[in-house]
Design a protein around this ligand. Structure first.
Ligand SMILES: [Mn+2]
Length: 330
């Protein structure tokens, strides 16, 4: 790993300086892209274009269908390698270089823009703001600092980042400043109704079939709840990976439950874990102990199978945290 520079006093300005000096940039985010990674990638690409730069937008994984209506989404190419004479590569909300799963990134100057609690200064230039509701909010501040115009297309992408990363303005990262940000985006041309329809009311049938399978496996234990799907459930529902997005929230939505998790058996039999909390339990602390990461109330990790073993491991870490909570007043 290349030693990183000391954290600059004004990282936003430091990032802007690099963008101003260079000509061609690679912009990428993490694998299994979500609304924030897709929206912030496109918006940053548009900002660079306004600055007269060339931006190559790439992703190691395909863009989930619910984000296929975002303006400019066709400019993201699915590739496995960073290829080109880039002046810098910009990684959005990655906690390591590996999170982007692109070969060849290490040979470029790297800029890390992240808002996760588990964000780490792995790059040459690191701008980590744990107060930002989404990586898109950081791109927005970069655009303002660059005196760029926030076009309706940019506003649409940025609104999607904040809508999805706050779970529709419900999660713990929702602040007064989040609504101020959303307000600015609506003024700049984002249509909140159309975006909500595209994100929340455009589900594939396979997703609901998979949800049914997951709900059939729902378990509740005091302040904890969990559900899971096997490879068999995935195949029977004709489900894609993106159909698993958000299923964990159904377990979290139970009254009195403080933390929930969703286990998904992958094709190689390892287990993908999504953890969610309502604020009292720091699920990121568990995820990072198990090799993953995320936010206090939304985190994830991957464990070796089989499924019952992974379930035991998560419960081993979660049960003491649930037991330490003050008893339910209900
Ligand atoms: Mn994010």
């Amino acid at each position: 790993m290349v030693p990183s520079l000391p954290l600059p006093e004004d990282p936003l300005q430091a990032v802007l300086d690099v963008l101003r000096c260079g000509q061609r940039f690679l912009v990428c985010s993490h694998t299994r892209p979500d609304g924030d990674s897709v929206g912030s990638t496109i918006a940053l690409g548009m900002l660079l274009q306004q600055m007269g730069k060339r931006a190559d937008l790439v992703s190691a994984d395909h863009i989930p269908t619910i984000y296929s209506t975002l303006p400019g989404v066709e400019s993201i190419r699915t590739v496995q390698r960073a290829d080109g004479p880039f002046d810098a590569v910009i990684l959005l909300e990655c906690d390591t270089l590996q999170r982007a799963r692109l070969h060849g990134l290490q040979s470029f100057f790297q800029i890390n823009i992240d808002h996760h609690a588990t964000g780490r200064p792995f790059a040459h230039l690191n701008w980590i703001d744990r107060e930002a509701a989404s990586a898109g909010e950081m791109v927005y501040r970069l655009a303002l600092a660059a005196s760029a115009a926030i076009t309706p297309a940019m506003a649409t992408c940025l609104y999607t980042t904040v809508l999805t990363d706050t779970g529709g303005f419900c999660y713990g990262n929702t602040r007064a400043s989040t609504f101020a940000f959303a307000h600015q985006l609506v003024l700049a041309g984002a249509d909140p109704i159309r975006i909500a329809r595209d994100v929340y009311f455009s589900m594939a049938t396979s997703r609901l079939l998979l949800l049914g399978a997951a709900l059939a496996n729902l378990k509740r234990e005091g302040r904890l709840a969990w559900l899971f799907v096997t490879q068999h459930d995935m195949i029977r529902s004709c489900a894609a990976e993106e159909d698993c997005e958000g299923i964990v929230n159904f377990a979290l939505s139970i009254a009195g439950v403080e933390a929930a998790f969703f286990l998904r058996e992958l094709a190689d039999r390892s287990i993908r874990v999504s953890l969610r909390g309502k604020g009292q339990i720091d699920v990121a602390s568990i995820a990072s102990r198990l090799g993953g990461g995320g936010h206090r109330s939304a985190a994830g990790c991957t464990l070796p199978g089989p499924l019952p073993r992974a379930l035991d491991e998560i419960l081993f870490h979660l049960r003491p945290l649930a037991a330490a909570l003050v008893p339910n007043r209900a």
